[in-house]
Design a protein around this ligand. Sequence first.
Ligand code: MLT
Length: 302
Amino acid sequence: MFQYHCLNPIAERGLNMFSEDYTKTENINEADAVLVRSARMHDMELGDSVKAIARAGAGVNNIPVDACAEQGIVVFNTPGANANGVKELVIAGMLLASRDIVGGIEWVAGQKDKENIDKLAEKQKKQFAGCEISGKKLGIIGLGAIGAMVANSATHLGMEVYGYDPYISIDAAWNLSRTIKHSKSLDEIYSQCDYITIHVPLLDSTRKMINKEAFDKMKDGVVLLNFARDLLVDEEALINALESGKVKKYVTDFANPLVAGREGILVTPHLGASTEESEENCAEMAVKELRNFLENGNIKNS
Ligand code: MLT
C-alpha cells in the first residue's frame, strides 16, 4: 500500500492511473510520494516517509532538488508532456506581437455606437495594422521538446527558422523538428533574427542570459518571447531595450510588477501548459513515473 499527497489540484488529473494500492493523504509527512505542479516546495520540510516527488511539468525550479538528493528523495518531471500546449501559446504570442489583435478586439468591444460600427471600423482599422510573421527570421534558443515543436510550426507558417542549443547537434535538432535548416551561433541568432524565443531551463548558467550584452547584439525592433522562466531575462536591461526601441515587443508568460501593464509587453499569467490536454498528459506521465518507481524501483527521469 502507498500513500500519496497532492499539492496542486491540477496534478490530480492523473489520479485515475493509480491502482487500489494507493490512498490519498492530506498529511504530506506520511506520504510515500508527492504530486506537485507549480507550488513552491523550498520551505517545506519533508518527512522520512517521502520517497519521491513528481512534478507535473518540465521545470523543477519549484522543488529543492539538491536538498531532495541529500535526503534520498527522487524527483521526477514530465518533459515534453505539455510541449504542445506551450508551443501553441508561443505561436499565438508571435502573432499577437505582430498584429494588434487585442487592441482591435478591445476597440470593437468598447464602441457604444453599434449601429455604425462597420463605418467606424473602416476609419479606425489603420491604427491596428501590423506585419506578417511569414518570411521573417525566427531564432530558437534551446531545442528541446518545445523548441523543436515551435521550429516545426513556425516553418509551416513560412518563417525561416534558426536554432541554437549547446547540448544538441543540429542533426539531432533536425531529427526532432524536421525543419531547422540552419545552424547558428547564439551571436548570429541575436544579430540576424526578427523574433527570438527562449526555451532553456533556469540554471545558474542561464539566469539573466538575456542581458545588456545580448540585447546590444540584437536587431533593432526585435520581438523577444519568453515562455520558459522569467529570470532568464535581465529585467533592467529589458526595460532599457524596450525604451530605446531595440526590443519592439516582449511577450512573456510570467507576470510580475515590473512587466504587468507596461507598454510594449504582452504578458499572460503562466498559461503555457494550461490546456486540458497538457494538464492530463503531465499528470498521467507523473503518476506513471511514480508508480514505476514505487512498485518496480525504476527511475526513468530524475
Ligand atoms: C513547466 O515547467 O512545464 C510549466 O511551468 C508547467 C506548468 O505551467 O505547470
